[in-house]
Design a protein around this ligand. Structure first.
Ligand code: ADP
Length: 650
């Protein structure tokens, strides 16, 4: 018997019955309604039951062959007697039937223990005492059982899941308090034990009552299925429901439903999902903002960058990356020192200052070379700003780099032009005063000589020839000045015309020099003729003008006298003519400008002669237009040698 009865750990009335039955080694266990909870198969056979497992069937149907037992059990179920005994004469069996009570005193059912009846023996003297001992044992067992049962009951009621057990007759055979609370079922309702009624009472609480009822009812039919689903209630609670078949041995005798309130869990899950969603959306928005920011950053015509406190680039735009000669992606996470090693010693201290003082540095002028344009100095206006969170914590440094190279160059160009313009104005003013002075200088003696001539003529005396010569000299001087001015303006206008004829150099130089009269006894003029004939092509008059100018200058700038020496020689395919003097010489720094318009060397006035500074300018133009070159070798107080070369005729 003890091996046949299942031992369950939960404490529904049903289970309690089984427990009591097991403890009593009962052969038959029935519930309060007289339905078989467990029955020894031997007894079922003895009772004449031929069907499948008798569990769940009413006992009067199963115990048809043992009416005395039915009667004994009925008596026990009436609860009026603690112990009942009955026996059938034909079966030679007797039974002790014990009513079983719940914790609250309600009768749960009854257990019957059957014994084979021994043939009647003479009653020993002490028989009444033996009977008393047996009853006392039974009572002890019952108390023990009741204790265990109450423990099981308490456990059953203390679990957080609501549990209900429904048998095949749709009667509630067990439930705990939690189940009753969860579904708000009254004690009266539970006393009725009708699963249908309890279902009808609970259904309005759920959101989808029809489906709820349908599902529960479907499982009133015995099934091996185990279900698990979620029931949502109108008041917001959410139950997780599980149902499993209730078995006794191989037989299904009902179904156990358990409900777990997962509202808080569900809410937490929903909240977590909401937070995740919110976080996801926030991240999306952040990424959108970054995309917008990057678009602005990358299309900005100025360099923009953001560096962390460790001076590593966190964000940088194309313009700034291009200055470093890199792509944006290459710079992220790299330090200033790595990216711009040459500028880093300047930049880093400034950035650290911004981080330490939390104060921006605005509009610093920087000049340097960058890898993108090596060898080319570039200029920037750079600002550094502290980047703070709303709470004031410094995240890093923002760098704004505005390239001002073009502006600087334009500015330098303007300055240069301005200086040139000022210089041109100064030169013009100088020239005007010099020109006025130069033009006026010959006029005074000219006027004097003319007046003398007039006086002589008016007095009827012959005009003295030296007055005529002096007057003519001044006129010649004036015409040289005027011709120089005219030639200069022709050169400027590109209108100086040249003829072209072969010129034998030796004869040509001789001829030009023959016109010179040495003006003072301090000077002498020498011509070192070439040993071979040298013929050039050119404009005789203009080349004579060049030679004359150089020889005149040689005299003019040798106020203390000396020899003026001319040479002509071949140098490769050129003839080189040189005019050497022993005069005041020319400061070295002035020599490069000698052939410019209106230029007069710093030491020129000490020669005592005036001049417009046009002669050498005209000479250079004439020589260069003949395909030649003109240059000077000189030193202050060491005399000067002017050379010009012209291509020889082959
Ligand atoms: P000008 O003699 O009318 O001033 P030039 O063009 O002929 O103009 O000469 C330009 C300048 O070159 C002179 O003012 C003078 O300073 C310098 N120069 C020319 N020739 C000589 C020379 N032989 N010795 C020293 N300085 C000379």
């Amino acid at each position: 018997m003890s091996a046949g009865l299942p031992r369950l750990s939960s404490a529904s009335p049903y289970e309690r019955l089984l427990q009591v039955g097991a403890s009593l080694h009962a052969t038959l266990v029935v519930d309060g309604l007289g339905r078989i909870v467990w029955m020894d198969p031997v007894l079922a056979g003895a009772a004449g039951w031929r069907g499948s497992a008798p569990v769940g069937h009413r006992m009067d149907k199963v115990l048809g062959g043992l009416p005395w037992l039915t009667q004994a059990v009925d008596t026990a179920l009436a609860g009026t007697e603690g112990l009942c005994e009955g026996s059938g004469r034909e079966q030679r069996l007797s039974a002790v039937v014990v009513p079983v009570f719940g914790e609250d005193g309600t009768q749960l059912g009854a257990c019957a223990r059957l014994r084979t009846v021994e043939p009647p023996k003479p009653m020993p003297a002490r028989e009444p005492r033996a009977c008393t001992v047996e009853i006392a044992e039974e009572r002890k067992a019952r108390e023990h059982l009741e204790q265990k049962t109450s423990l099981l009951r308490a456990t059953f009621d203390s679990i957080t899941d609501g549990v209900v057990v429904v048998d095949l007759e749709r009667d509630i055979t067990a439930f705990n308090k939690r189940f009753q609370e969860m579904w708000g079922l009254t004690d009266e309702m539970m006393l009725e034990r009708s699963a249908e009624k309890a279902l009808a009472s609970a259904a309005p609480l759920v959101k989808d009552p029809e489906q709820f009822v349908r599902l529960v009812q479907r499982r009133f039919t015995p099934s091996l299925e185990e279900d698990s689903d979620i029931v949502e209630l109108r008041d917001g609670r959410v139950f997780e429901r599980k149902s499993i078949p209730q078995r006794v041995g191989d037989a299904i005798v009902g179904r156990i439903w358990s409900y777990r309130d997962v509202t808080a869990e569900r809410h937490a899950q929903a909240e977590q999902a909401r937070l995740l969603g919110a976080e996801h959306r926030a991240r999306e928005r952040l990424e959108e903002s970054f995309a917008v920011l990057d678009t602005f950053l990358n299309h900005a015509p100025i360099g923009l960058g953001f560096l962390g406190r460790d001076l590593r680039y966190i964000r940088i735009n194309d313009a700034l990356a291009a200055l470093h000669g890199r792509r944006r992606e290459e710079e992220i996470g790299r330090t200033v020192r790595e990216m711009t090693p040459r500028m880093a010693p300047v930049i880093e201290p400034l950035m650290r200052q911004v981080l330490e003082t939390n104060t921006p540095i605005i509009g610093i002028n920087m000049t340097g070379e960058v890898p993108a344009t090596p060898g080319e100095p570039r200029h920037w206006q750079v600002s550094y700003y502290p980047v703070r969170t709303e709470s004031g914590a410094i995240l890093g440094v923002g760098a704004v780099v505005v390239e001002v190279t073009k502006e600087r160059r334009a500015h330098a160009e303007r300055e240069h032009l301005l200086r040139e313009a000022q210089e041109a104005i100064r030169i013009r003013d100088d020239f005007l005063s010099i020109a006025a002075h130069e033009l006026k200088t010959p006029l005074t003696p000219l006027k004097l000589h003319l007046q003398m001539m007039k006086g002589q003529a008016g007095a009827g005396r012959p005009v003295a020839p030296h007055h005529v010569d002096k007057a003519l000299t001044q006129v010649a001087r004036l015409s040289v000045l005027v011709n120089d001015l005219l030639d200069t303006s022709r050169i400027q206008a590109g209108k100086l015309e040249l003829s072209n004829e072969p010129i034998p150099l030796r004869e040509f130089i001789r001829e030009v020099l023959s016109d010179f009269r040495v003006v003072s006894t301090l000077h002498s003029l020498e011509f070192e003729e070439p040993g071979e004939p040298l013929v050039i092509m050119g404009d005789r008059g203009r080349l004579a003008q060049v030679l004359t100018n150089l020889v005149e200058n040689a005299f003019k700038y040798s106020p203390t006298g000396g020899t003026v020496r001319l040479t002509a020689r071949r140098e490769g395919g050129n003839a080189v003519v040189s005019v050497q003097d022993e005069g005041i010489g020319i400061p070295e720094d002035q020599q490069a400008h000698l052939f410019e318009r209106f230029f007069r060397a710093r030491n020129a006035p000490i020669s005592g002669f005036g001049g417009l500074g046009l002669g050498l300018f005209i000479c250079r133009d004439i020589i260069e237009r003949h395909g030649g070159r003109i240059w000077v070798e000189s030193g202050v107080e060491r005399g000067s040698t002017f050379h010009f070369s012209l291509p020889l005729v082959e």
